[in-house]
Design a protein around this ligand. Structure first.
Ligand code: HEM
Length: 160
């Protein structure tokens, strides 16, 4: 005796007939950023963990030294934005897969459903991390003027 199992067809939102197909560009972004991330992540791991004295050289001074150079500032900026938007867009896919888009009810009622609560938290945390990360990379100062000398790292001019 044979049994047949029917699987419900996935609820896929059709591509818009006109205007920008955001789902397509999001899909392409994952592939393009993935390729760049392989290069940037392996470069990051090689320089930080293997080159020179390797992992034992990692400390506050190591980071200060890297961020004194515009090259590493822009390298880390690219890594931050590419990886965070990649991870966030990937999480958006997972939220779409595991929650249902609410139908009916008022706008406010729909907003307080898992689908939109998760997406609001995702967008919020992504923006906060992009802004904070970018500020850290470009405003980092290992020897802030006016700081108590005993709190400064030994390589700062104010210590000697
Ligand atoms: C080594 C570099 C990376 C490559 C080559 C890469 C590649 C990819 C690709 C091609 C996809 C789409 C898969 C699909 O559509 O089925 C994807 C999904 C995803 N990636 Fe990455 N990725 C990399 C690094 C990262 C990093 C650093 C993060 C976290 C910040 C991340 C988080 C995610 C997430 C959350 C998804 C969605 C998974 C899903 O749909 O189930 N990836 N990645």
């Amino acid at each position: 005796m044979s049994m047949s199992v029917s699987i419900e067809s996935p609820r896929v939102k059709p591509a818009p007939r006109r205007g920008v197909n955001w789902e397509k560009w999001g899909w392409l972004y994952m592939r393009a950023s993935g390729v760049l991330l392989v290069v940037l992540i392996f470069g990051h791991l090689f320089v930080n963990l293997y080159a020179g004295e390797g992992v034992s050289a990692l400390d506050f001074g190591f980071v200060a030294g890297k961020w004194a150079s515009p090259f590493w500032q822009w390298y880390d900026f690219a890594l931050l934005w590419l990886a965070l938007i990649h991870g966030s867009n990937g999480m958006r896919t997972i939220i779409n897969d595991y929650t249902t888009v609410p139908i009916g009810g008022t706008r406010l009622r729909r907003l307080f459903t898992p689908h939109y609560i998760f997406k609001t938290l995702l967008v919020g945390s992504t923006i906060v991390l992009l802004v904070l990360g970018t500020l850290v990379i470009f405003t980092f100062d290992p020897c802030p003027s006016g700081a108590p000398a005993d709190l400064l790292p030994t390589f700062c001019a104010a210590r000697s």
